[in-house]
Design a protein around this ligand. Structure first.
Ligand code: FES
Length: 165
């Protein structure tokens, strides 16, 4: 059994249908993001790149390893990534969709969905549903200081099976 937690939730289109999101966007003038700028496929709203380099979280290794497997911390506001604890340790993964660069939603039920064109990923970043064809990249996770807060280096990608233990 796993439990999901999110720190610093990001207010976006989560939990909204595409239609509701687009109607809201229309009301705020975001017409192009929902295809109102001339028909055809909706244009994505690419996420800004995160600041490159180590970003210090508010989680320590010891505390985060004590959480249930599947626990996710939402650091999209810090650097557009998630920090995740699974059965083999801690990893960090981008929240930027590999299709056209939108910020994906927070994990729900072990899946991550992109609001722009519907791509879905599993909690390890693997593709479940397109149009994205590449997995979400993982970043290096270290302790900023021994026993201190975890730092995620968004300038250093690692293999998807790398874990901090
Ligand atoms: S940007 Fe197209 S599905 Fe995410």
């Amino acid at each position: 059994m796993s439990e999901r937690e999110t720190a610093s939730p990001v207010p976006e289109a989560e939990g909204m249908g595409r239609r509701a999101f687009c109607l809201g966007a229309l009301a705020t003038g975001l017409v192009v993001a929902c295809g109102g700028g001339g028909g055809g496929a909706p244009a994505p709203a690419p996420a800004p790149p995160p600041p490159a380099g180590p970003l210090t979280t508010t989680d320590t290794k010891a505390d985060f390893l004590a959480t249930p497997n599947g626990t996710t911390r939402d650091y999209r506001n810090l650097g557009n990534f998630f920090l995740i604890h699974d059965a083999t340790g801690i990893y960090a993964m981008t929240a930027i969709c590999t299709h056209m660069g939108c910020t994906v939603g927070a994990p729900v039920g072990g899946q991550i969905a992109c609001p722009c064109h519907g791509s879905q990923y599993d909690l390890g970043g693997g593709n479940l549903v397109g149009p994205a064809t590449s997995p979400l990249v993982h970043f290096q996770v270290t302790e900023a200081t021994p026993g201190g807060f975890l730092a995620v280096n968004t300038a250093q990608t690692v293999a998807a099976n790398v874990r901090l233990t």
